[in-house]
Design a protein around this ligand. Structure first.
Ligand SMILES: Cc1cc2nc3c(=O)[nH]c(=O)nc-3n(C[C@H](O)[C@H](O)[C@H](O)COP(=O)(O)OP(=O)(O)OC[C@H]3O[C@@H](n4cnc5c(N)ncnc54)[C@H](O)[C@@H]3O)c2cc1C
Length: 471
């Protein structure tokens, strides 16, 4: 009997996690472990996780932290023996840019959502009208019918008005997803809000008792940045005998009706046979590959992605003045700038406040985020133009920001899948259709966009495949 063989297409964190699970997870491989081959189109593994040297430190170019109160990423780090490398976030809080000034965000927010009118009153940049809307929600809440799914925007606008929706909630939720709250699904992006809206009555009151999340830090990073996780995982996979091929894209899948192997996986120059295939690529790539097979994967075309870019700066300590507290700044969309132009920067992260390992007395490192599903102005600018534009915006928003010592632009075109209203159904249908032909789908397009969700999704896909092999 030939050895079972599994091909994983895509070497981002979800594909690598799938390989880890296929080769025994924390327990390690045994005599039944299949041959595993990962095929990755770019020259390195990690996808949206990457780290580089900048201003004498290792900084992350994409994600720079992960939720510590979800188990998947912490668990994986432990299984890899990296527990001692986990670093907790070292600051909390943030400021928000409202009416041309920075205001410290109050405590007691749930993913950017206020939970009392007192919270709203404490934000000086919000208008009297916003305060009335918040008070009204507490004493005479507006009614809203919630069925299978609804946008985050519709819930917050209806219950608390446009100002709180667009000036307060969107900068946080929309920022994480690089999307618009009027398009994003409450059910999949912000389930606590969805449940609170379904309850009826006051939205803010219903959000006051979020599910218990346990103690410990909210976010973690790693000693050498989150970008070191895929590299270290790949090294251990190779020690387990997993074949990792980079710089080579999968171009087609072919089903083989007879014989031990159900699939042939093509790159430009090679074909690998496999009992099952795990597709851990962005949804448009899955669609392209499945489309060639004439499989009914139309739902995948509904999963669009938004692009974003980050500009990281190092600035001499004497040339910068940040708000006293917090890990960064949120900026509502369409915040006025000069003339008719609006600010392009949507958030600023004070990297060395979040992660103490990056602190140096002589300079500060911070990064500015640009890009939303409906704002691609950044994509039309060269790196130099983007850096200059972002630097001017930072000197407008921060008390002092001059003469950066170094800068670095990182672009993530199509980096963040958008979970539109109805996403749960789209995702379930796509995964089910794929399972029917012995293909497992995983990655940030289906079960959540963060790192823990992507890891969980990869491991779930691997377990599906292991079950098929056992049948
Ligand atoms: C700018 C940015 C900031 C983020 N910040 C955070 C954060 O702070 N915290 C957090 O938890 N999450 C964050 N995320 C989300 C998180 O990083 C991602 O959801 C996660 O890394 C996705 O992993 P993945 O494996 O699903 O996909 P990807 O990382 O996109 O990997 C997919 C891989 O498939 C490869 N591929 C594509 N086509 C082919 C082909 N034909 N053949 C072979 N390979 C192919 C790609 O090259 C890529 O390596 C951020 C994302 C971005 C873009």
């Amino acid at each position: 009997m030939p050895r079972d063989s599994i091909v994983i297409v895509g070497g981002g964190i979800s594909g690598l996690s799938a390989a880890w699970e296929l080769t025994g997870g924390g327990a390690g491989p045994n005599e039944l472990t299949p041959r595993v081959e990962i095929i990755e189109a770019s020259e390195r593994v990690g996808g949206a996780l990457a780290a580089t040297q900048f201003a004498g430190r290792i900084i992350d170019l994409g994600a720079d932290g992960f939720l510590a109160r979800r188990p998947e990423a912490v668990q994986l780090a432990k299984e890899l023996g990296l527990e001692s490398e986990l670093l907790p976030i070292e600051a909390s809080g943030a400021s928000i840019w409202l009416r041309g000034a920075l205001h410290e965000l109050p405590t007691g927010l749930v993913l950017g959502m206020p939970t009392s009118s007192k919270t709203v009153r404490s934000v000086k940049g919000l208008s009297f009208k916003a305060r009335i809307a918040a008070r009204r929600d507490e004493i005479f809440a507006k009614s809203l019918k919630v069925h299978d799914d609804i946008s985050i925007g519709e819930i917050v606008r209806t219950k608390l008005g446009n100002e709180i929706a667009y000036q307060f909630v969107e900068p946080m939720i929309g920022g994480i997803q690089a999307g618009r709250i009027d398009e994003l699904s409450a059910k999949t992006v912000f389930p606590a809000l969805f449940e609170a809206a379904k309850k009826g009555g006051s939205l803010m009151k219903a959000l006051r008792s979020p599910p218990a999340v346990g103690d410990g830090p909210v976010f973690n990073s790693l000693k050498d940045g989150v970008g070191s996780l895929p590299e270290k995982l790949a090294q251990q996979l190779q020690r387990r005998g997993v074949v990792i091929r980079t710089d080579v894209a999968v171009t087609a899948l072919r089903s083989t009706p007879s014989g031990h192997y159900a699939w042939e996986v093509d790159t430009e120059r090679t074909t690998t046979t496999a009992n099952a295939v795990i597709l851990a690529t962005p949804a448009p790539v899955v669609y392209e590959l499945m489309h060639k097979l004439n499989e009914p994967f139309a739902p995948l075309t509904q999963i669009k992605s938004a692009g974003a870019a980050m500009v990281t700066f190092s600035v001499a300590t004497s040339n910068i003045e940040l708000p006293e507290h917090g890990t960064g700044v949120l900026i509502p969309l369409q915040s006025p700038w000069t003339g008719n132009d609006s600010l392009m920067v949507t958030a600023i992260t004070f990297l060395d406040r979040k992660w103490g390992r990056l602190q140096r007395p002589e300079d500060i490192v911070l990064r500015a985020h640009v890009g939303r599903s409906d704002d691609e102005r950044w994509a039309k600018l060269s790196d130099d133009e983007l850096t200059q534009r972002v630097a001017s915006e930072l000197s407008f928003v921060l008390k002092k920001f001059t003469s950066p010592l170094q800068s670095l632009v990182q672009r993530w075109p199509q980096g963040l899948p958008q979970y539109y209203v109805g996403h749960a159904e789209v995702s379930t249908t796509a995964k089910q259709n794929a399972n029917n032909i012995r293909i497992a789908l995983c990655g940030n397009a289906y079960d959540g966009v963060g790192i823990p969700a992507s890891i969980g999704s990869g491991r779930r896909a691997a377990r599906e495949v292991l079950n098929w092999l056992g049948e």
